[in-house]
Design a protein around this ligand. Structure first.
Ligand code: SF4
Length: 228
């Protein structure tokens, strides 16, 4: 498994995939990357410190992901990230978090004196599909409630049961309410969730313009950032 890369296309940044404690939510129906979670803190720290040693600060930006939320990283790892940000003159950092930690995000904003971008794996704005099919556990009334906490939204495209209207609505809300977005094309994994290839082909034609937008990243495979 590759855990360090430099993203060179849109929004260049170094990215690390770290190991954290089990995802506190942990029941999303399409997710098998929690298999990378680890209860043994020493194992997490040993791997993470080695991975973090690759960071050079070359792009000035760093993204940290961990198959869960940043709050599930051991404190030794979390403190090391902060040290590296200072040492390597990182001027922007990205973390992921589940919605359930939203009130804790400000603690991280308070620690860092650089912009911190929080990414939310929302997957879709469609309430029924998100919570009843994908089991995301994210309940809100308006996109503004989310943008108060999260600056980047991850959407999942191409799952059986998803519709063109849902996707059109998702892209519309993303583009009109959030500065950054990441669109993941669904690939089948060890879960029972199935891919809808016709819907994916339609999306790629219908929304071809998204590939040219600087603030929208589209991943055909979840290893396209070079980690995983
Ligand atoms: S919150 Fe993220 S890591 Fe946790 S189960 Fe859901 S998709 Fe997987």
């Amino acid at each position: 498994m590759n855990r360090y890369n430099i993203i060179k296309n849109k929004n260049p940044r170094e990215i690390v995939l770290l190991k954290g404690a089990p995802c506190k939510w942990g029941i999303c129906s399409f997710c098998d990357y929690i298999d990378d979670n680890e209860k043994d803190i020493d194992i997490c720290n040993n791997i993470n410190l080695q991975v973090l040693s690759n960071i050079t600060g070359i792009t000035g930006q760093l993204e940290v992901i961990n198959s869960g939320s940043v709050f599930e990283l051991p404190s030794i790892t979390f403190n090391k990230i902060y040290e590296i940000v200072e040492e390597k003159n990182i001027n922007k950092i990205y973390f992921e978090s589940h919605w359930l930690y939203r009130e804790n995000l400000k603690k991280i904003h308070n620690i860092y004196n650089i912009p911190v971008i929080f990414k939310l794996g929302l997957e879709t704005f469609d309430e029924n599909f998100r919570n009843n099919i994908l089991k995301k556990g994210i309940v809100f009334d308006t996109p503004t409630q989310i943008s108060k906490y999260f600056q980047s939204i991850c959407l999942l495209i191409g799952i059986e049961g998803q519709t063109k209207d849902m996707i059109k609505n998702d892209i519309d809300i993303l583009l009109n309410n959030f500065p950054l977005g990441c669109i993941n094309i669904f690939n089948e994994n060890s879960t029972n969730i199935k891919r809808d290839i016709d819907l994916i082909n339609w999306f790629k034609k219908e929304f071809a313009f998204l590939y040219n937008l600087k603030n929208i990243e589209i991943l055909d495979h979840n290893t396209d950032f070079g980690v995983g």
